[in-house]
Design a protein around this ligand. Structure first.
Ligand SMILES: Nc1nc2c(ncn2[C@@H]2O[C@H](COP(=O)(O)OP(=O)(O)O)[C@@H](O)[C@H]2O)c(=O)[nH]1
Ligand SMILES: [Mg+2]
Length: 151
């Protein structure tokens, strides 16, 4: 039996809420609803319990109060592959999160893979500061169920 607290974070509109909807409800909403403040989702899978925290987007992870990350076993940081202009901030955020929350496992997810052609995707992956754990799409559900293997 597992009891895991998992934080979903990243910049605005990278697909954090959509990934959780696809992961937990197998649904996708094309309209965008900004997440105001943290959203909490409890989920049971067999004997395992998961407590998901879906944070509102933030540019600069250091601006998020540390208490939101308290006792988290996992931090899932989501980048939007269709916005390469955000990749510089991604590097800073990943360094910050690894340093500030050393007890949590940090997982880097690259989302919105469906928006890119194979060639553009290859170039974007080269431009990322590190290799993502998964390259996924909340829209098509590509590699979404594989997220469970991270926890
Ligand atoms: N094409 C595409 N759009 C996505 C994907 N994931 C999220 N979106 C869209 O991107 C916008 C932001 O998604 P949302 O989950 O609200 O992002 P959040 O702010 O990180 O929670 C919404 O319009 C979603 O429908 C994806 O994998 N592919
Ligand atoms: Mg959201």
């Amino acid at each position: 039996m597992k009891n895991s607290k998992i934080i979903f974070t990243g910049s605005f509109a990278t697909g954090k809420s959509s990934i959780l909807a696809q992961l937990l409800e197998e649904s996708f909403q094309p309209t965008y609803h900004t997440t105001i403040g943290p959203r909490f989702l409890e989920y049971q899978k067999g004997d395992d319990y998961y407590f998901f925290v879906d944070l509102g987007g933030e540019v600069g992870q250091e601006k998020i109060p540390a208490i939101r990350f308290l006792n988290a076993q996992h931090i899932v940081y989501v980048v939007d592959l269709s916005r390469p202009q955000t990749f510089g901030q991604v590097k800073k955020d990943l360094i910050f999160l690894a340093w500030r929350y050393p007890k949590a496992q940090l997982h880097f997810l690259a989302n919105k893979q469906d928006l890119l052609t194979e060639n553009v995707l290859a170039a974007r992956l080269m431009a990322l500061p590190q290799e993502p754990a998964l390259i996924c799409s909340a829209k098509t559900a590509e590699q979404i169920q594989a997220i469970w293997n991270l926890f």
